[in-house]
Write a protein that binds this ligand. Structure first.
Ligand SMILES: Nc1ncnc2c1ncn2[C@@H]1O[C@H](COP(=O)(O)OP(=O)(O)O)[C@@H](O)[C@H]1O
Ligand SMILES: [Mg+2]
Length: 326
């Protein structure tokens, strides 16, 4: 029990209509661990996050798999059950801050809300803590700002408000989907520092979805790389950067601008484009873009430990050849 995982996702499948968009995703996050989920647009990162929050809707459905939080099975399809956990045990920071805030409610009230709704604080205490939280995420003059509506704040400020409302209840698991993409570098550094501090103080586990390898390098303990709805590589951050063992990761890292160069460059310019949902190849989904592809790749490679790599796994029949890839 000592090493019980905060989050354990097993064999998660998600479909959109008849198409499989997430296929057999397995990963876990330990207590106080920060795991980054990376991969180019359309790989299924956001849907994986939404599934864990119990927020899939419409034609997007979980078609298989399980998730547990501190060993308890999450009833992902049960909205009432998931609603009790959202904002308390599980929090998510979404990609579009403005759309996620209530336009009619002051930002202070929105930040205070989860404490009040779940009976964790009186209205007065919740307000005081909301103002503190707004200060923590770098909002100047938080006493005044707290009384304003989202429309009176910039997009970057709204993003910080959303982060404050996700963090105030000190969730066991925080999922942050591209949380700092819209923010300038200084604020981004502040937000990452805040997440790190939260983890250190409360052992919150964090799943951070990002395109920015600079963010990955600065905050994550471990990385899961997603392609075509599956995790193709998993490793400790240092091992992933030092010795990627999946051709997709290798190419992904090769497209990254140097750490001392400009940060917000478009990272993903691997030749070919992500195939349409209905057009994934049989077997390894990356094989049509992969320089190492062979006949064997028409069979899907399992995510398996690589030789010599503790906690390092790759889903590639040719993982031993990746280091020689130019
Ligand atoms: N609501 C939706 N309806 C139909 N298809 C969707 C919906 N949301 C996502 N998808 C499709 O599912 C795939 C994975 O999407 P997503 O998880 O958002 O990718 P990522 O976050 O990695 O960019 C994409 O091909 C996307 O077009
Ligand atoms: Mg996304």
């Amino acid at each position: 029990m000592a090493d019980m995982q905060t989050l354990e996702v097993r064999d998660l499948d998600i479909g959109v209509g008849p198409h499989s968009v997430v296929d057999g995703v397995d990963f876990s996050i330990g207590r106080g661990e920060i795991v980054a989920l990376v991969g180019e647009s359309g790989s299924g990162k956001s849907l994986t996050a939404l599934a864990i929050m119990g927020l899939l809707s419409g034609s997007v459905r979980q078609t298989g798999g399980t998730a547990t939080l501190d060993g308890d099975l999450l009833d992902l399809g049960n909205d009432a059950a998931m609603q009790k956990l959202r904002g308390t045990s599980l929090s998510m920071i979404f990609q579009e801050p403005v759309a996620s805030l209530n336009p009619l409610l002051s930002v202070g009230a929105q930040v205070a809300e989860s404490l009040i709704v779940h009976g964790r604080a009186t209205r007065r205490d919740a307000w005081t803590r909301a103002v503190e939280m707004l200060r923590d995420v770098g909002i100047p003059a938080p006493e005044q700002r707290a009384r304003q509506l989202p429309s009176e704040l910039s997009g970057g400020m709204c993003q910080r408000v959303m982060i404050a409302s996700a963090l105030i209840a000190k969730p066991r698991l925080l999922i942050a989907d591209e949380p700092t993409t819209a923010l300038d570098v200084t604020i981004q550094a502040q937000i990452l520092e805040l997440m790190r501090r939260l983890r250190d103080e409360t052992e919150t586990s964090v799943l951070i979805i990002t395109h920015d390898m600079g963010v990955v390098a600065s905050i994550a303990d471990r990385v899961c790389v997603m392609y075509g709805g599956g995790i193709v590589e998993q490793a400790e951050v240092h091992d992933l950067f030092a010795a990627p063992r999946h051709p997709y990761t290798k190419l992904l890292l090769a497209t990254i601008p140097r750490m001392d160069g400009p940060r917000k460059t478009e990272l993903f310019s691997i030749s070919g484009t992500v195939p349409d949902l209905s057009a994934w190849p049989e077997g390894c989904r990356f094989r049509t873009r992969c320089p190492l592809a062979s006949d064997q790749c028409t069979t899907r490679p399992p995510l398996e430990p690589v030789a010599g790599g503790d906690a390092h796994a790759s889903a590639c029949w040719h993982s031993d050849k990746v280091e020689h890839l130019a």
